[in-house]
Design a protein around this ligand. Structure first.
Ligand code: MG
Length: 386
């Protein structure tokens, strides 16, 4: 029996890597549904190769172009943001949640409510609504398999039955493209320099987040909810080679880690095959060739975003949701050259300082808080008051 897979966000970087693994294992997987935001050309190619039952395209114009060009008469083609429920009505074994940003939240919730296992690449669903999402998963007996390389590494070595024996989680960070630059050199950084990640090939938003280290801040929040461990027991260290993908330290002093060449296809394949493993053509790790691994403490003056993430967890309530919304707006503004690179974290900090915090009891709350925070951040950027 082939495993039935639906990918939300199939034309992005994670979606493509997922399909690459599935392409290598045609006897093991069958594609049920694919969704895209605007990239109808790539979706057409994917439909031709994988022959899904249903696709959805968010953008109206892209939907029209897709339906004009599509020759697959059996394919159901949906349009708009809220098609995920209709897609999930078809029988699926695993949902790959690869939509970036808060747009990816509702598809994750819908899948978990149906009790479906999720390969989770969308950071925001845990960052913005971590306790809600994990409790929906628990209630519906749905598994969340983390795709993010750090959490995937921890998932692989974490003995969940002996959680009380864990003393620390250590998230590793590459330090991004500016690790060797002095903070003084960062002010005039252009978007095209910031999106060039040294080790990982990723989307624009996450590449900027890696450069500011907000990515690690968001991952800290993810880990806090996903593994139910206090932020006081989660450390971040810089490991520029990105070979050790994260570690779990146990009370006896043992430290377990997962290693591998930095290639997202490894964690993705783990989630696709779980609890089995499948072959991939990912480059093997040659330790003798690497010879040396390095580790550094992050400089919180240079990377204030990481400090802000710890602070958001300390505040609790809606603070992580606000942090995430503010960061999305600030990164977008940086990409459009509206603010400077070092202003990203200043804008986020200002938003946190000005916001009031409330409890997050429903997804409706999350959406409302997200909307309000974005307004606040835009206002701060507009008035230059950061
Ligand atoms: Mg990561």
């Amino acid at each position: 029996m082939k495993k039935k897979i639906t990918i939300f966000g199939s034309t992005g970087s994670i979606g493509e890597s997922t399909l690459d693994i599935i392409r290598q294992n045609p006897d093991k997987y069958e594609i049920i549904g694919l969704t895209a935001n605007t990239n109808y050309k790539k979706l057409l190619e994917q439909v031709e190769h994988f022959n899904p039952k249903v696709v959805s395209i968010n953008d109206n114009n892209a939907y029209i172009k897709f339906t004009d060009l599509n020759n697959n008469k059996k394919l159901r083609v949906l349009n708009g943001k809220n098609c995920h429920k209709e897609i999930l009505d078809l029988n699926t074994d695993l949902v790959v949640a690869a939509i970036t940003g808060s747009a990816g939240l509702m598809p994750v919730v819908s899948a978990l409510e149906k009790g479906l296992s999720i390969a989770l690449a969308n950071k925001e669903s845990l960052v913005c609504s971590g306790s809600l999402v994990t409790s929906i998963a628990k209630k519906n007996n749905a598994k969340i398999l983390p795709v993010d390389s750090e959490h995937n590494a921890i998932y692989q070595v974490l003995d969940s039955k002996n959680k009380s024996k864990i003393s620390r989680l250590i998230l590793t960070a590459s330090g991004g493209p500016f690790f060797n630059k002095d903070i003084k050199e960062l002010d005039d950084i252009l978007p095209e320099e910031a999106i060039k990640h040294p080790n990982w090939s990723m989307g624009k938003k996450i590449s900027i987040d890696s450069a500011t280290m907000m990515n690690k801040g968001l991952e800290l929040i993810e880990a806090y909810y996903l593994f139910d461990i206090s932020h006081k027991n989660i450390d971040v260290i810089i490991h520029p080679e990105s070979i050790i993908h994260s570690c779990v330290e146990y009370m006896d002093g043992s430290m377990l880690s997962q290693m591998g060449t930095p290639d997202m296809r490894t964690p993705i394949s783990y989630t696709l095959a779980y609890p089995e493993r499948i072959k991939t053509n990912v480059k093997r790790l040659d330790l003798c060739e690497i010879k040396q691994l390095n580790f550094f403490k992050p400089d919180l003056k240079k990377y204030p975003s990481l400090r802000l993430a710890y602070e958001a967890l300390e505040i609790g309530k809606s603070a992580p949701t606000i942090l995430n919304a503010a960061n999305e707006v600030a990164v977008e503004s940086f990409l459009n050259q509206g603010i400077k690179f070092l202003s990203i974290s200043k804008v986020v900090e200002k938003t946190l300082n000005k916001a009031s915090f409330c409890n997050v009891n429903s997804i409706k709350d999350v959406i409302e808080i997200d909307k309000e925070s974005r307004k606040l951040t835009l206002d701060i950027i507009k008035h230059g008051s950061y």
